[in-house]
Design a protein. Sequence first.
Length: 173
Amino acid sequence: MNASHIQIDKLCFELIASSLPNHEDVRTVISGIKINNDLERIADLAGNISQSTVRYLQHPPVKPLIDIPRMAELAQTMLRDSLNSYVRHSTTLGTEVVVRDALVDDLEMNVSRELVGAMLGKSETIESALDLILISRHVERIADHAASIAAEVIFMVSGRDIRHQRKESSTVS
């Protein structure tokens, strides 16, 4: 993934340098660079999830894994939909992805709260609970990157920058 990341960046810079593109071309290239960074971070986070999962499986389970698989499914769907919004130039699908990010945020908060409670109740669960907290946090970050990709698609297609609107609206409500 790292080699692809570098290659895509290089192609984007060459495209900018080769001509004087119009506004839409500039937005497309800039969005491509940012989306490339998000995809590279998602790959890194997937590796982190793998490492934490290997550690977690070496200990007895802390709690039933209900919310984390649901979070992972939502994050995967968000990523798939954000990439589809890019391919289709769909601001509607991109907006749907951005809205779904709050669901994953809420699930991650609930998982962390439950696991902190488990650690306070039984100190022998601390290692396992910390691994699950890390896994849920990494999944939540993947969902954030999927939402970031979707926001870039909205910018690329419409010229509308919704990044700070999304953060402001989520902190106000």
